[in-house]
Design a protein around this ligand. Structure first.
Ligand code: NAD
Length: 355
């Protein structure tokens, strides 16, 4: 049986890291006795260059029917003044598919302690960010009196209980599967939406008596992520807080190039992408770190295809390659035992280890 993946490589380093991830996914599937095949589509600047909108209607339609979408990155200086911007293709895709839960695992891999900014990095957590509500989508929003003496801009922060329930359930399930506590992050001392959030978390918690729950205010959560990240397992929070905290947590790993993500809805469908952007400064040079894309592939196999053994294979191979000293430029510190390699060579090594 062959599983289909919609592949949207996008712009900049997107095609390089997605090629690496595709080869590793294929190797892991073969090793586990099944096959995958890829269907390619355009998104972002690549779509614009082909005379299409950032999310071509044919790609949106295909995405709606796809269980699993693997995406590289979109955007870059070439399309700086293009309207709509390439990035709008990705935002529309996430929203059209109802992918309300963004999962970002962050860990410091053994051997990579030196690239983390922390002195004693003990990090193995997942941030679950609400992705389709809150301040980024709330109405009304606008700009009053734009050319007047004192223009006023405003957004609206709204959450319905049902929106909170579904993201919080996703986080509880994850905390249960990882055997970790759940930390819910809010600003309940100030915001009404956060008070509803906190109350809802406590209500949903009754369905998960085996999961320990803590509430943490977002400002202190930010400080604790830097001073004591080891205390966190799964964190769940609303859109804006999650946007900021997940990048902060990603910074703890030491390189943006290491971090995978999954955007999920209520079923098995998912959009999997490294958290980094299109990195135009290094595009086309075979120096990009493909691990964020490769680990996103592992998340795809686990969640959308229900193939945890293939996902484990990839994660073990990544750990092994790092333990052997294989390093792309962003991870290379020049210490003894390190071997500086390009994107393709690292993917080749991981394919060999996966098999
Ligand atoms: P970026 O993530 O592309 O790059 C930031 C820095 O990290 C750069 O120095 C880059 O070289 C480095 N970097 C990123 N990924 C790397 C990797 N895999 N290996 C090694 N180094 C890596 O962020 P940016 O420069 O702010 O944005 C560039 C473009 O990407 C912009 O157009 C932005 O809108 C877009 N972007 C897209 C996404 C997405 O598609 N999800 C996310 C963020 C930014």
């Amino acid at each position: 049986m062959s599983e289909e993946i919609l592949r949207l490589a996008g712009d900049g380093i997107g095609p390089e890291v997605i090629d690496a991830a595709s080869r590793v996914i294929t190797a892991a599937a073969e090793a586990e006795g099944f096959t995958v095949h890829f269907v390619d589509g355009l998104i972002g600047g690549a779509a614009i260059d082909a005379g299409e909108p950032p999310l071509p209607p044919s790609v949106a339609a295909r995405a709606r029917d796809s269980q699993a979408i693997l995406l590289g990155a979109v955007g870059g200086p070439r399309w700086e003044n293009h309207r709509p911007r390439p990035e709008s293709g990705l935002l529309t895709l996430r929203q059209e598919l109802g992918l309300f839960a963004n999962l970002r695992p962050v860990r410091v891999f053994p051997g990579l302690e030196a690239v983390s900014p922390l002195k004693a990095p003990r990090v193995d957590l997942v941030i679950v960010r609400e992705l389709t509500g809150g301040l980024y989508y709330g109405q009304p929003r606008g700009l009053n009196d734009p050319d007047g003496p004192d223009p006023e801009a405003f957004e609206t922060l709204r959450y319905r209980r049902s929106e909170i329930v579904r993201i919080v359930r996703t986080a509880f399930e994850l905390a249960r599967s990882r055997g970790q506590a759940l930390t819910s992050v809010d600003k309940a001392n100030v915001l009404e939406s956060s008070r509803l959030w906190r109350r809802t978390v406590d209500e949903v918690a009754a369905e998960y008596p085996d999961v320990v729950v803590h509430h943490q205010l977002v400002d202190s959560a930010a400080a604790l992520l830097v001073t004591d990240p080891g205390r966190f397992g799964v964190m769940v929070t609303e859109n804006l807080f999650g946007d900021i905290l997940s990048d902060l947590a990603g910074g703890l790993a030491g390189s943006l190039g290491l971090c995978p993500s999954a955007s999920l809805g209520s079923g098995r469908q998912g959009l999997y992408e490294p958290v980094h952007g299109s990195a135009p400064d290094i595009a086309g040079q075979d120096v990009a770190n493909p691990l964020g894309a490769i680990l996103s592939g592992a998340m795809l196999l686990r969640h959308s295809f229900g193939r945890p053994e293939a996902a484990d294979r990839i994660e073990r191979a990544v750990e092994r390659a790092l333990a052997e000293g294989w390093r792309t430029a962003d991870l290379y510190t020049g210490r003894p035992g390190e071997r500086r390699v390009g994107c393709r060579a690292l993917a080749d090594r991981i394919c060999a280890l996966v098999a």
